[in-house]
Ligand binder design. Structure first.
Ligand SMILES: NC(=O)c1ccc[n+]([C@@H]2O[C@H](COP(=O)([O-])OP(=O)(O)OC[C@H]3O[C@@H](n4cnc5c(N)ncnc54)[C@H](O)[C@@H]3O)[C@@H](O)[C@H]2O)c1
Ligand SMILES: [Zn+2]
Ligand SMILES: [Zn+2]
Length: 392
């Protein structure tokens, strides 16, 4: 089959790789019909290279149809239309029972001390082949797939894999209530989807980014936007919140934040080291760019909550504990527990009124053959790219 593979720093290509096979009796194989390109993939494209190998298949936002079933599969038929959550969970362990599917004790990657395995996301998360491919093996096939109805386009459902539950969890973890003010730092797919969810809940949303098309699209939804390039964003937020700061801040940027010079240099140096040296640096030093996170801590009011959806991986990042402690902040974060939010999100996706605007969320539909160029475009934020979907 054809699949998008990692080949090196900022180098991905579509190659022919072996077809996936059923290994466990509760595996299924899906034929992928749509697969998202995520801001998380950009971290693989560049800073997380030390944990990848040439030929690794990327992608973790797939949907498609069941084309093979292991002998223990009881609740799916061949041809069923399914969305696959980006993490692999068992559905029955201590963590899964508590709605913490990204901490699943059956699939945890203990070798690296990490949580549940993820598709297409480095050795740290189990080195599982990803879903930017024609076919995908799905373990724990009685639990993970989200079965969706026939009729509406893939665009209505594919975000159930990652973007929608990540945004939903980010809002839930922020604790924001109707009438309160939420700042969203980063208006990529995750930040913008979170804004859509917050606006549906009658929350006042202030959004910060530096890409004109992204600011404009969020503004058209009713977000009060602040361009990082217009000067001090903290001052602008305090100005809009009686000098107090926002009730909660959701951070949707992650480790490659713009405006973190020293850490950007550190990431570049790590990228030049051989794997044997770079891995220990990544896991013991500060390599995250923290500008967006620091903005979140500054923009939130005393006693407020910072909800972190952006992905971080540095093991020793310098944070201002003085500020976090003195402001009495609540922090919540982590990979989204996709199945935890399925029952909240499925009705919104099924609703023909399309309250989240899923039908028109993608800016680019791209054949899998052109995926390499799409990675470069999405990273550079060219051509108004906000969300890219691949069609194998
Ligand atoms: N927690 C999860 O389960 C989960 C799931 C999916 C994605 N993510 C993470 O969420 C983050 C966002 O994902 P995305 O797909 O929207 O990616 P993205 O890269 O398209 O979006 C990030 C946005 O942040 C903006 N930005 C950069 N530096 C900034 C700064 N200093 N201040 C304000 N804005 C800044 C960028 O211009 C961009 O629009 C990534 O870190 C991704 O890995 C987490
Ligand atoms: Zn993703
Ligand atoms: Zn589990």
């Amino acid at each position: 089959m054809k699949a998008l593979t990692w080949q090196g720093k900022q180098n991905v290509s579509v190659e022919t790789v072996p077809d996936p096979k059923i290994i466990e009796p509760d595996d299924i194989i899906i034929e992928v019909t749509t697969s998202g390109l995520c801001g998380s993939d950009l971290h693989l494209y560049d800073p997380l290279g030390p944990f990848l190998h040439p030929g690794d298949v990327l992608g973790h936002e797939p949907m498609g149809r069941v084309v093979e079933r292991g002998s223990d599969i009881t609740n799916l038929q061949l041809g069923d239309r399914v969305v696959i959550p980006f993490q692999i969970a068992c559905g029955s362990c201590f963590m899964c029972e508590r709605g913490l599917q990204t901490q699943c004790e059956t699939t945890q990657v203990r070798e690296y001390g990490m949580g549940a395995a993820l598709y297409g996301y480095t050795d740290l998360y189990g080195a599982v082949p990803g879903g930017q491919a024609e076919f995908l093996r799905v373990p724990h096939g009685n639990y993970n797939p989200i079965k969706v109805e026939e009729g509406p386009s893939d665009d209505r459902f594919v975000y159930l894999s990652d973007v929608a539950p990540t945004a939903w969890q980010g809002i839930e973890y922020s604790g924001i209530q109707a009438g309160e003010t939420l700042v969203i730092v980063g208006l990529g797919p995750i930040g913008e989807m979170a804004a859509r969810i917050a606006l549906l809940r009658d929350v006042r949303v202030i959004g910060v980014d530096l890409v004109p098309e992204r600011l404009a699209r969020s503004a058209s939804l009713g977000v009060e936007t602040i361009n990082l390039k217009d000067g001090d964003p903290v001052a602008a937020i305090l100005d809009k919140t009686s000098g107090r700061g926002a009730d909660a801040v959701m951070e949707a940027v992650g480790m490659e934040a713009h405006g973190s010079g020293v850490a950007e240099a550190a990431q570049k140096v790590v990228g030049l080291l051989p794997k044997a040296l770079s891995r220990p640096v990544m896991t013991h030093a500060s390599t995250d760019r923290l500008a967006a996170l620091n903005l979140a801590f500054q923009a939130v009011r005393r006693g407020g909550t910072v909800s972190i959806s952006g992905v971080y991986a540095g093991a020793a990042d310098p944070l201002s504990m003085q500020m976090i402690f003195d402001k009495q902040l609540t922090l919540r974060m982590g990979q989204a527990n996709v199945k935890r939010w399925q029952d909240d999100l499925l009705p919104l996706a099924m609703d023909d009124a399309d309250p989240l605007g899923l039908e028109t969320f993608a800016t680019h539909h791209v054949p899998l053959d052109d995926a390499a160029a799409a990675y470069a475009m999405f990273q550079k934020k060219e051509d108004g790219a906000i969300k890219v979907l691949f069609q194998p």
